[in-house]
Design a protein around this ligand. Structure first.
Ligand code: ADP
Length: 649
């Protein structure tokens, strides 16, 4: 019996596992690195034990400390989640040696699938179809050239110890082999400490279809249907769905049976995933088996109505599989997207930073969000940059797709670069809507999925200006309450529609507005909605206030809008030009200098009044005033030349 469960992981998967463990009445124990001491998985656990360090090697990968934590907390079992120690056979063995249940397969099964080459040999013996290729012992260039010539180019080199797409290289011709081989070996050596390679026929635009299998300790094995995870960047999944669209039932059964056969060939126990490539003719080939819970398991849970973590925990305690193959439901369709902190415009490189603003979509029927962060948390460069998983279920694929698009629209992240709008563009793409998915999807549609930033048009800027006037943060509750409208800086005029000058910055662009009319428009902070009326037209826009910044949803993207002080900007930027221009419409309150006068850096030259505030225009450097083009009391227009300076003689 497991009364206390230690979760040797972090982030969303640790939180996910704890949720089920709690439902099963277990006490939950978290372990954490130093920088994670306030992380959600720590706060949600009944007990938390520090491991030290920040880097995985100094924390989540320290087997001895984790085992000690298990003993100290009285845990009977360890769930490894995914990543970290989840596919480490030594850790599974160490758990057993310490009398702890490792929630996963036996160490021997992890070993069997740990090397892609060994796994392929095993599958070959079990008559599971393989991608044509070479996975032998010989590791010299000639062996690979011969193998590639036999299977035909293009071929794919893979690290036998590989994972996460590392150490993989496509080779188009024999001429390119030597260099690619050496480079893939180097990459594999540095990523896995093991340079061994295999080579496979590189299938053109196959689908990645994987089968969820489950086996119990009594020798029963079943499959819980399949997932299509073809939408990938850098050979890594970003969108997953279940079931695989358009898969004929007989193919589903054939792939399911092959997957169960693969699992049983290695004496598998627990949850596992057998990954296949499926070609356009409906032929499928074994790729590898992941001996753990997958990131994308929620889509399987959604279509089967089962809790896979509960299954894992029950089976680990010796219970039998709760369903027979015939009893496994398949209802509706589910799609998951992985929200990553990454720079989509820069080859999807991981990003990090503080989640200054973080809003998850609202809950609701068929909606699920798995995450392990809250606003204010740091996405650290030490761990996987996935922030959350958004999952939508519907009776049909289209229903799930539209629901997930809505969830993405409701999601807000600021402070860290993410793939949020990239995910929306994938889901909204007509080819995705038509289920034309294969592993070439992202490169094929890159132009639409990764468009150059659209210039923000006038309509955007006018909406932003109105949003600012209606929703901008109040400076302080006390001043607002006592001083009333008179203390406001927005040109409020008694009995007249609110009109004001506004200076806004968005996407590195600045815009100033002479007069903004917000009559008939409103902002509702409760629903975070901006309502604009323009003649007969009424438009609603999602709008959020965060600190001194607004976030306006425009064309499916959250635009960050902040104010800027044009005069301060002038002080910084325009002074070197020799002439000082009025940054805005206003009036000259005072002229402090005369032509010929020497001034020090920082001296006030003029005082302008605009936006009911005085702004000093100062000299950036010491110099001499050459000419003054304005006089006190004069009304000046934006861009008028006010003072000309020359260097001191
Ligand atoms: P890793 O373990 O590094 O994730 P996999 O072997 O699981 O690597 O492959 C990752 C992805 O690479 C697959 O989902 C697929 O998109 C692509 N891929 C792998 N093998 C082939 C192949 N032989 N032909 C075409 N694409 C492949």
């Amino acid at each position: 019996m497991i009364n206390t469960l230690l979760i040797a992981n972090r982030g969303e998967i640790a939180c996910r596992i704890m949720r089920t463990a709690r439902e099963l009445g277990m006490t939950t124990v978290a372990v954490h690195s130093d920088i994670d001491h306030q992380a959600q998985h720590v706060l949600q656990a009944d007990l938390a034990i520090g491991l030290g360090g920040a880097k995985p090697a100094d924390s989540y990968l320290l087997m001895d400390r984790i085992l000690a934590a298990a003993h100290a907390s009285g845990a009977q079992a360890i769930h490894p989640g995914y990543g970290f120690l989840s596919e480490n056979a030594d850790f599974a063995r160490a758990c057993e040696a310490h009398g702890l249940i490792f929630v996963g397969p036996p160490a021997s099964a992890i070993d069997a699938m740990g090397s892609k080459s060994a796994a392929k040999s095993l599958m070959e013996q079990a008559n599971v179809p393989l991608v044509p290729g070479y996975h032998g012992e010989a590791q010299d260039l000639q062996a690979f050239l011969d193998a590639a010539a036999a299977i035909g180019y293009p071929v794919l080199l893979k690290a036998t110890a590989g994972g996460g797409g590392k150490g993989m290289k496509i080779v188009e011709s024999a001429a390119a082999m030597a260099e690619a081989f050496a480079s893939a070996q180097r990459e594999a050596q540095s990523a896995f400490g093991d340079a061994r390679m295999l080579v496979e026929k590189y299938l053109l635009q196959p689908r990645h279809v994987e089968v969820q299998v489950f086996c119990d300790q009594q020798g029963n094995g079943i499959y819980l249907h399949e997932r299509d995870c073809s939408i990938q960047r850098r050979h890594q999944k970003v969108v997953e769905e279940a079931p695989a669209p358009g898969l004929p039932p007989e193919l589903r059964r054939a792939m399911g049976a092959a997957a169960v056969k693969a699992a049983q060939a290695i004496g598998y126990v627990g949850a596992g995933t057998v990954e296949f490539l499926l070609d356009a003719r409906g032929e499928f080939f074994f790729m590898e088996m992941n001996t753990r819970l997958q990131v994308e398991h929620p889509v399987t849970e959604a279509i089967t109505g089962q809790d896979l973590v509960a299954w894992q925990l029950r089976i680990a305690q010796g219970e039998q599989l709760p369903l027979t193959q015939q009893q496994v439901p398949l209802r509706g369709h589910a799609i998951e997207v992985r929200l990553y902190a990454e720079d989509t415009d820069n080859d999807f490189l991981p990003a990090s930073g503080t989640l200054k603003l973080y809003r998850e979509p609202a809950g609701g029927a068929g909606r699920r969000v798995d995450s392990g962060v809250v606003e204010g948390d740091v996405v650290s460069p030490f761990y996987d940059p996935m922030i959350a998983k958004l999952i939508a279920w519907g009776e049909t694929r289209e229903e799930a797709r539209l629901s997930l698009l809505n969830m993405l629209r409701e999601t807000v992240v600021a402070g860290v670069q993410t793939n949020l709008s990239f995910l929306s563009r994938i889901l909204a793409h007509p080819a995705f809507a038509r289920a034309e998915v294969d592993t070439g999807f992202i490169p094929r549609h890159a132009e639409q999925l990764l468009p150059a930033a659209e210039p923000l048009d006038d309509r955007f800027w006018h909406t932003a200006a109105k949003a600012w006037l209606l929703a901008r943060p109040v400076r302080s509750a006390a001043t607002a309450a006592t001083a009333g409208p008179w203390a406001e800086l927005n040109s409020w005029r008694a009995g007249l529609p609110a009109r004001s000058r506004v200076h806004l910055r968005c996407a590195d662009l600045d815009r100033s507005f002479a007069a903004v009319d917000v009559s008939g428009c409103s902002y509702d902070p409760a629903t975070r909605t901006l309502l604009l009326t323009d003649g007969q037209q009424r438009c609603r826009y999602p709008l959020l206030v965060g600190g001194q910044v607004l976030y306006l949803q425009w064309a499916n993207t959250w635009q960050r809008i902040e104010p800027f002080d044009p005069i301060a900007e002038v002080e910084h930027s325009q002074q070197h030009a020799g002439g000082l221009q009025a940054p805005m419409n206003g009036s000259v309150v005072r002229v402090m200098v005369e032509p010929g006068q020497q001034v020090e850096a920082g001296a006030v030259l003029l005082v302008l009044e605009a936006m009911k505030m005085e702004h000093s225009i100062r000299a950036a450097e010491a110099g001499r005033v050459k000419a003054v083009f304005c006089s006190e009391g004069e009304l000046i227009a934006d861009g008028t030349l006010l003072v000309e300076m020359e260097d001191a003689p």
